[in-house]
Ligand binder design. Sequence first.
Ligand code: GAL
Length: 379
Amino acid sequence: MNKPFILNLLSVVWLGLCLGACSPYTDQPIRSGEIWPDDRGEHINAHGGGVLYHDNTFYWFGEHKGERSSSAFVGVTCYSSKDLVNWKYEGVALSVSDDPESDITRGCTLERPKVIYNAKTGKFVMWFHLELKGKGYSAARAAVAVSDNVTGPYTYLGSGRVNPGIMAENITAEDFAWLDSLEEPLESWTPEWLEAVARGLYFKRDFEGGQMSRDMTLYVDDDGKAYHVYSSEENLTLNIAELSDDYLSHSGRYVRVAPAGHNEAPALFKRNGTYWMITSGCTGWDPNAARMFSAPSIFGPWTQHPNPCKGDQADITYGGQSTYILPVPGKKDLYIFMADIWRPRHPIDARYIWLPIQFEEDGTPFLEWMDEWNIKDYR
Ligand code: GAL
């Protein structure tokens, strides 16, 4: 045997050993819908959440839910994991306030928190959907908090409607003029009303004060630009809004997506240059059929595809509602679809659906229920 051959052989063996030993993923499967105990043996309490991968660790942030109420009496919780199966409770990342004057006073509605890391500032930035205490879902605000440490504590910075007085890139002065010419009020859900909504009926109504912002996610692109994606216009239209360089505010660049399409629970990922977004319809805590969109650029144009779910209960997303899509580092084609199975009468018992997104030969994503699956089975 010659020397280069032996050296090559040794490096292959070494690589094999390292891949085995260095992979953080475990043989333990992911079982959607079951109780997921944390390191204390308590079911993970991080609903409507998202996962940040930072310094070889996953951080899961979500809504803390109580026994009887879906309102925020605790705040945003954080869990950490190396393998996405075993989770350590890291405590409350953002606490609700004891000050009754605070926007985030105990008893407010604080939903769908997402955290991203800003490499330029070295800060962790959290955005969430905020509803003021005792005001139902009328405030429809986007809220932001920041921390120097990934697990917190996060400092609440403020909240509001989005991009007041700023035109979306894909609505025109003609749309505004056409809306002015309408004889209002139009009857809801008629074709005329839907056309008016699509051309900006609620957009125009909210233009000066800023656009409504409810169900939301964040997406950080490869170039470091971050986007806030939220249900706006009475949940009838999605907005995709670019954040400022420090991620703490909006840059003013934004588009309306699927106007009058009635989408909630947006979750995004990008694969081979195509942006994919999975959403739900709007039926509150009750599950409905997922929707899917794709675009060649984050600002669109976005094209709608059929429901990505297949098989039993595909028409109700297997009982869940999307919250986030996590690309798994070190796994070329593994994107985890994360969803919540809400339990509005016993909110703390809400469950999680995590399924690997599958791809048709033409690259179109789809989902199938799996009782259990293993991250290790993906390359
Ligand atoms: C859902 C929404 C949740 C929560 C709920 C309240 O449609 O996705 O985040 O707002 O409605 O009914």
